[in-house]
Design a protein around this ligand. Structure first.
Ligand code: SF4
Length: 340
């Protein structure tokens, strides 16, 4: 729901300002999923809002819950019929939402189901924030807790290619009169759109930045991430140095370990060398994850642990991230492409 539009609708209808506060309370505190549940509003306003300003800008087509982990994944159908995914997960004590920023993705990374779908369109600001609002409604309804505490732009699409809507959505999500997600609890994950990092440091200086690296050799990275032909590792290095100088923030380097592709000792050495070549590299931290290729195929834990040990041995800060929800096709785009 675009709250600004609803506020304007109420003003244009000549209704008193306290109706806006009632809408805010119903949607962003009580987590109503239909205007009929907004009992503090008069019946005729509820009926008009149902037609003119639906709470969610999409239909929830399917929700699947992991039997293994605290993870749920939703398939959403947008007004034009395209489908996207969003994920609710509890990696630690609080709920986090992974949002999509585009329908499909133009970057075609070799290991990614979303990339194989091709690019359809950017999501609107409202379609992005509604993914979090939808999970807030779900968490309240299922009595799973009071709030969502963090949001990651790590779902379908490259967030920095839908820059304007992503920045607007991130700002809306942290507004105290909306979902009030702390600005430092919002993370943007990019495949490395180097020329957007300067602007990101200005527009969302509190956000966390993660860069999907997956290989520190230009030729090899280009094979699995064609975006590397446009912004190579040198471009990325310069952009990260500037970003770190501007924000002073830690940056996470995401590395999906793909057995026999980027998992060998020479890959560890090249990654360490590249990190050491970046100025202020003490602010770089590697997150390793076992690559989930779908259909139950996943890099073994042993290979990931060996990779982590190799990096640690070279003095690099590294964490192995748990791959969650493997039983529900958790990697981005897998549910939507299966549906297709
Ligand atoms: S990994 Fe991210 S950037 Fe690459 S194709 Fe998939 S969605 Fe796009």
């Amino acid at each position: 729901m675009n709250f600004e539009y609803v506020k304007q609708y109420i003003k244009d209808a000549g209704l008193p300002n306290y109706r806006i506060a009632q809408v805010q309370d119903a949607v962003f505190k009580r987590g109503i999923s239909s205007w009929e549940e907004a009992s503090s509003l008069p019946a005729d306003l509820r009926a008009k809002l149902t037609v003119a300003r639906p709470i969610l800008s999409f239909q929830v087509s399917k929700i699947v819950c992991s039997q293994e982990d605290k993870v749920a994944k939703a398939l959403l159908t947008l007004k034009d019929g395209f489908q996207i995914e969003t994920v609710l997960l509890k990696p630690q004590d609080t709920w986090s939402v992974c949002v999509s920023s585009q329908v499909g993705c133009p970057l075609r990374c070799a290991f990614c189901s979303t990339g194989k779908m091709g690019f359809k369109r950017d999501l609107t600001q409202e379609e992005i924030t509604d993914q979090v609002l939808m999970w807030y409604q779900y968490v309240r309804k299922e009595k799973l807790g009071e709030r969502i505490s963090s949001v990651v732009f790590m779902g379908m699409g490259e967030p920095l290619l839908n820059y304007v809507n992503v920045v607007k959505a991130a700002r809306d999500l942290s507004r105290p009169d909306q979902l009030n997600i702390g600005a430092r609890h919002i993370s943007v994950s990019t495949s490395g759109i180097a020329d957007k990092l300067h602007k990101l440091a200005v527009d969302l200086p509190q956000a966390n930045l993660a860069v999907s690296l997956h290989n520190a050799d230009n030729a090899e990275r280009s094979k699995i991430m064609p975006v590397n032909r446009r912004y190579d590792l040198d471009d990325l290095k310069k952009a990260l140095e500037e970003y770190i100088a501007m924000t002073g923030r830690q940056v996470f380097l995401e590395y999906s370990v793909i057995e026999n592709v980027n998992s060998r000792p020479e890959h560890i050495r090249k990654l360490a060398d590249w990190i050491y070549s970046v100025k202020d590299n003490y602010l770089l931290h590697v997150n390793l994850i076992a690559c989930n290729l779908g259909r139950g195929e996943k890099t073994s834990d042993r290979v990931v642990k060996d990779f982590a040990a190799g990096l640690k041995g070279m003095g690099i800060g590294v964490t192995i991230r748990k791959s969650m929800g493997n039983d529900i096709l958790a990697a981005c785009g897998q549910l939507a492409s299966q549906q297709k």
